[in-house]
Design a protein around this ligand. Structure first.
Ligand code: EPU
Length: 340
């Protein structure tokens, strides 16, 4: 066995997903030296097997054992590649913690990531679902993604355009087993207008007694809001929002709003985005619990594992929630995490 990676058979995955549900991987590889990736993928025991790359597992739900190869990428390293008076090109490795990257950039006087503070997970997972929060998406500052392309067997650098990102969507999500992301490059400005329009940010800054906020203040405000509104996966298993906010036509949104004037509706590039949390809460699910599978009492969009729930129990609850929203509102919710 090469020193660049460690291969374990029938490995437990409980610690490798933030839902903390029991599951096992037929093979688990922890890789320290990324140059060994092509070799790892062509071993007799790994070739042609289903593949899953895991960071902190903050966006997956295991409903059963995984019969293929799980790769954990341990590579770390943030650096400044180029800078001029206006902006800076930053390189970060797939294994870096996302929130640490946000703070690393803020400490160097760079802005653009402040609204994305405290999102759980690693840098390598960020482009997959184009992480977004408080009115900002990764796509706005992403320059390139470095990856190993299994289809052509080569290392590649994808431009932002090639990543084809939209709301919680990218080329990596559409072709889930093709690329193994190893690093990203971001272009971050030294100064840019702050984005304070998302509900709650201005109020939070006021309660922090900040009259003229800078990017660091916004990061602190977003972190305070997230800590208050979202359950901490280190305390109670969860994967953040379990469903995407559904995007519907303007006409359908109008009809729904006429019937339910309190339904929050937001503009989206191709229609209107509805609040999935509101739809779920309106079906009475907020705070629901059956055995150890439940819906957070802080936020109706977050499914939680109170302790010993299995992934199958959580998935079964998710399907009941989806069916009830479909029945009451005629809207089909789509899960946000990868269901395995
Ligand atoms: N709402 C309810 N009930 C609840 C919670 C919220 O009716 O239990 C209503 C609120 O009144 C509000 C609306 O839903 O008007 C939106 O709530 P919130 O601001 O919490 O945002 P969200 O649309 O539920 C999205 C992202 C979050 C992100 C927040 C903040 C998705 C699927 N989720 O949630 O991302 O943190 O906006 O920008 O887009 C994640 O992806 O895991 C995640 C947490």
């Amino acid at each position: 066995m090469s020193e660049a990676y460690r291969l374990v058979k029938n490995a437990p995955l409980d610690r490798h997903s933030t839902f903390h549900v029991p599951a096992r991987a037929a093979l688990l590889a922890e890789i320290n030296n990324l140059t060994a990736l092509p070799e790892l993928l062509t071993l007799d025991e790994t070739r042609d097997k289903p593949l899953l790359v895991l960071g902190d597992g903050s966006n997956v739900l295991f409903t059963q054992d995984f019969h293929g190869l799980v790769i954990l990428i341990a590579a770390h390293g943030m650096e400044i590649l180029e800078e001029d008076a206006a902006s800076t090109r930053v390189h970060a490795s797939a294994g870096d913690n996302w929130n640490e990257l946000v703070h690393w950039t803020l400490a160097r006087g760079l802005c653009g990531l402040e609204n994305l503070s405290l999102i759980p997970g690693r840098v390598g997972a960020a482009p997959i679902q184009n992480i977004g929060a408080y009115g900002v998406e990764l796509a706005e500052t992403l320059a390139t993604v470095e990856a190993y392309d299994r289809q052509i067997g080569e290392w590649v650098q994808l431009t932002r355009e090639a990543c084809d990102m939209s709301y919680r969507q990218s080329v990596f999500k559409r072709q889930p087993e093709r690329w193994i992301i190893t690093a990203v490059e971001l272009i971050l400005p030294r100064s840019a207008p702050l984005k304070l329009d998302y509900a709650g940010i201005r109020e939070e800054l006021t309660s922090m007694k900040v009259a003229r906020p800078n990017a660091m203040d916004v990061s602190n405000a977003v972190s305070r809001l997230r800590r208050r509104k979202l359950p901490d996966p280190a305390v109670i298993g969860n994967a953040g929002s379990f469903f995407k906010n559904p995007v519907v036509s303007r006409l359908d949104a109008e009809k729904l709003q006429t019937a339910h004037p309190e339904l929050p509706v937001f503009d989206a590039p191709d229609g209107k985005k509805l609040s999935a949390a509101w739809l779920i809460e309106a079906c009475g699910w907020r705070g629901f619990r059956e055995a150890d599978a439940g819906v957070s009492d802080r936020h109706a969009l977050v499914l939680v594992n109170h302790g010993k729930a299995s992934g199958a129990q959580i998935w079964s609850l998710a399907q009941r929630i989806r069916d009830s929203v479909q029945e009451k509102f005629g809207i089909r919710l789509e899960p946000e995490p990868r269901i395995l």
